[in-house]
Write a protein that binds this ligand. Structure first.
Ligand code: PLP
Length: 371
């Protein structure tokens, strides 16, 4: 199998699975229990928080475990809106966010908030002038992802922080974590376990010191009252382990470059949708005159797994809202494949993928469709 869909999810590290099994088996206690089994679980959560904080390497703040990146995004956005409602009603985001942010902002819009979605250009670069103009005294929240999940474009969080005035700045760093240093100037940062060879169904929200948002869940007061609900100890311990293991990871840039130059050499009529200076974990290319979905299933026959866009979009069959926002034509969107890289990929795999892609694309172009 050649797995090139690491932006959708990653293969869990064996060491992470081992740690999780410990807390699913023998050490199964509830961190709130007073006896030693509970204290052991509480210690595991504390250790995991330390490991995650070390890996995220952010300024002074607090880290709360959640059930996923989506929950962290929702907690940040609804929390910030609720905390600052009296100060203003403007929320700024981008047209290319993950649905976890876009849909949350959409709900707030329905409740009367004034939501501005900033444009991107044909390389998925944010229109900073539009953003600057949109910021006013009424702006309570700016939510911009650090790395785009479909193109790998890196958003200028540092520059946004300089112009944000009194707004809270949230960044969805789900695709950035473990790939590039996290934005130290944000007030709220979202990460997720399953994109870093950790477990699915676990995420975290980091909140800068002196930034206050209300708790999202009402309940027993776990996570210092910020996220009630019995802690998912195995997943939390697994996320801590995955975060600690990030320090052993090398760059995937060489793999991306090798795949890109192989495709450029072998296949004509393509459009590279990822910016040159994007995060090397993602490479999005349109193979003009093909249908990405058909290419995907053709590659699948050789156990090569890629994506046509964002796998965690609810809109699996629809057109990519990111490529649309970039102003790509229907033809360009239809033929767009996302390759995304992880620690288990090799250079030899890239050569095999170039070869299989070349065959799949030329066959499609010859026959139209062959399914
Ligand atoms: N944000 C981004 C940028 C993502 O790519 C994803 C998942 O693909 C999420 C949020 C959602 O994370 P989770 O799957 O943990 O809910």
């Amino acid at each position: 199998m050649i797995y090139l869909d690491n932006s959708a999810t990653t293969r869990q590290h064996d060491r992470v699975t081992e740690v999780m099994l410990q807390y699913m088996g023998e050490d199964f206690g509830n961190p709130s229990s007073l006896y030693s089994l509970g204290i052991m679980a509480e210690k595991a959560v504390k250790e995991a928080r330390k490991k995650l904080a070390r890996a995220m390497d952010l300024p002074e703040g607090s880290l709360y475990f959640t059930s996923c990146g989506t929950e962290s995004d929702n907690m940040a956005i609804f929390g910030a809106a609720s905390a600052r409602r009296r100060r203003g009603s403007r929320i700024i985001t981008t047209q290319v966010e993950h649905p976890a942010v876009l849909e949350a902002c959409g709900r707030l819009e329905q409740q009367g908030f004034d939501v501005i979605r900033i444009r991107v250009d044909q390389d998925c670069r944010l229109d900073l002038d539009q953003l600057k103009e949109a910021i006013n005294e009424e702006t309570i929240l700016i939510s911009v992802m650090q790395v785009n999940n479909e193109t790998g474009a890196i958003m200028p969080i540092d520059e946004i922080a300089k112009m944000k005035q009194n707004a809270f700045l949230h960044t969805d760093a789900v695709q950035a974590f473990g790939k590039i240093p996290l934005a130290k100037c944000a007030d709220l940062v979202t990460v997720s376990g399953h994109k870093i060879h950790g477990p699915k169904g676990i995420g975290a929200l980091w909140i800068k010191k002196d930034v206050h948002i209300p708790a999202f869940f009402a309940g027993g007061g776990q996570e210092s009252g910020m996220r009630s609900g019995t802690e998912n100890v195995p997943a939390i311990a697994g996320l801590g382990e995955a975060a600690a293991l990030l320090s052993e990871e090398g760059s995937v840039k060489e793999l991306r470059d090798r795949l890109l130059s192989g495709i450029r050499d072998e296949i004509k009529d393509i459009r590279v949708n990822s910016p040159d200076d994007g995060c090397p974990s993602v490479l999005n290319i349109s193979f003009l005159g093909t249908r990405a979905e058909v290419l995907l299933h053709t590659l699948e026959q050789d156990e090569i797994y890629v994506s046509t866009g964002s796998a965690c979009s609810s809109n699996k069959k629809g057109q990519s809202h990111v490529l649309k926002a970039m102003g790509l034509s229907d033809r360009e969107i239809e033929g767009a494949i996302r390759f995304s890289f992880g620690k288990y990929n090799t250079a030899a795999e890239m050569d095999q993928v170039v070869d299989k892609m070349k065959k799949a694309v030329s066959r499609f172009r010859r026959l139209g469709s062959f399914r």
